[in-house]
Design a protein around this ligand. Structure first.
Ligand code: 13P
Ligand code: 13P
Ligand code: MG
Ligand code: MG
Ligand code: MG
Length: 365
């Protein structure tokens, strides 16, 4: 039997402003997923939120991109949206770009990371959930996790990882993908991954046997909708131990709060702060961006856990450093590189300003 993990997420409303998904939304989703479990469509589920994003973590045996699973998640989000509208929550139904379900939740607004595998005797899995950032935020930590020997000692000292991993990278602008292997093609890979708004890691596999190691949601809402509808706050699923990085190697890259896009109005760079669930609530200037890590053991499809992995005092200094970087970045106000470059901003007054100033622009002698 193979187990599928599907993590499907959407922002369907929050308090106050883009802060925190209301508990009534999680409850509504739990109701729908609970029914699906009773009907044996799901084996297990865990509903949570990172900031204003509601995440459905689900296990089943239906494989990836299964219509029934996707439709059930869509129903959960549309019913939660109805609750959000009643409560006049902020951004009710924000990430749902369509009125009706059409076979696959991809391209409809919600983010989706899925993987199918045969369970090992013990199968630790870490689910990462972010708010106020974009899928490319995972490029740097995932590269470190699966390709940097100074992060993952196992790449050097564990024979089961020593041959490295293959990265599947999406070009989200051109809708193309490419596979690159590490360590051999590391420099080519990094040449792409540094452009975080365009090239994003979709999947990582172990080279020895092509076994799935990681899956990431790569939906870019703003590209799909064609206008500002919030950032595409991503999720990722990563397998750990026995042939994969150890759980501690999986979380280690997040000790460095690197700069990512998506803070305030989806238009600012800020540090990605690793937080426990209770602090997955971005407030200051709607941020700074957050990431949380939920650790599970998968047992015959059951989700045993979660362990709240960033709720660890060893990450306190990373959080303090993120706050310091937040101060530094904030002092730039509306200037780059705090504010994103014009073509990456989620909304802008520039066309209007240019129109107004139109005939006041003169040629430079
Ligand atoms: P154990 O000795 O507990 O199996 O841990 C091994 C390991 O991977 C630690 O990082
Ligand atoms: P979300 O993408 O989390 O809804 O944030 C939007 C925003 O503009 C926050 O300032
Ligand atoms: Mg929102
Ligand atoms: Mg969000
Ligand atoms: Mg969003």
């Amino acid at each position: 039997m193979k187990t599928t993990i599907s993590v499907i997420k959407a922002d369907v409303g929050s308090i106050a402003g883009h802060g925190l998904a209301h508990p009534a939304l999680l409850k509504k989703c739990e109701e729908i997923l609970g029914k699906a479990k009773e009907e044996e469509l799901l084996i297990d589920y865990y509903v949570t939120n990172c900031g204003d994003d509601t995440e459905l973590i689900m296990t089943h045996t239906q494989g990836e991109e299964n219509e029934e699973i996707h439709e059930m998640a869509w129903t959960a989000f549309t019913e939660a949206t109805a609750v959000a509208k009643e409560l006049k929550l902020y951004g009710a139904g924000q990430d749902l770009l369509s009125d009706t379900f059409s076979g696959n939740i991809k391209g409809m607004g919600p983010g989706c990371a899925e993987m199918e595998f045969k369970e090992r005797p013990s199968d630790p899995v870490v689910v990462f959930c972010c708010d106020k950032t974009e899928p490319g935020a995972f490029n740097l930590p995932l590269f470190k996790m699966f390709a940097d020997p100074f992060t993952t000692a196992g790449l050097v000292i564990d024979p089961s990882l020593h041959n490295g991993f293959e990265f599947e990278v999406f070009d989200v602008m051109e809708h193309k993908k490419v596979k690159l292997s590490c360590p051999d093609e590391m420099y080519d890979l990094l040449a792409l991954l540094g452009t975080i708004n365009r090239y994003v890691i979709k999947r990582i596999r172990r080279r020895d046997d092509n076994e799935i190691a990681a899956a990431i949601s790569t939906e870019r809402l703003n590209l799909m909708a064609g206008s500002y509808v919030g950032k595409d706050d991503p999720v990722a699923i990563v397998r750990a131990q026995s042939g994969f990085p150890a759980a501690g190697e999986v979380v280690e890259p997040f000790a460095f709060p690197h700069l990512v896009g998506g803070w305030m109005r989806g238009s600012h760079n800020g540090p990605l702060m690793p937080v426990g669930q209770k602090n997955a609530y971005p407030v200051r200037f709607d941020g700074p961006p957050r990431v949380m890590a939920l650790g599970f053991q998968i047992a015959d499809g059951k989700l045993v856990g979660p362990a709240d992995m960033f709720d660890d005092p060893a990450f306190d200094r990373s959080r303090a450093q993120a706050s310091e970087i937040a101060d530094y970045m904030r002092r730039h106000g509306p200037f780059e590189p705090h504010r994103l470059p014009a073509d990456e901003m989620e909304y802008t007054t520039l066309p209007g300003v240019m129109e107004k100033l139109g005939n006041r622009f003169e040629d430079i002698e």
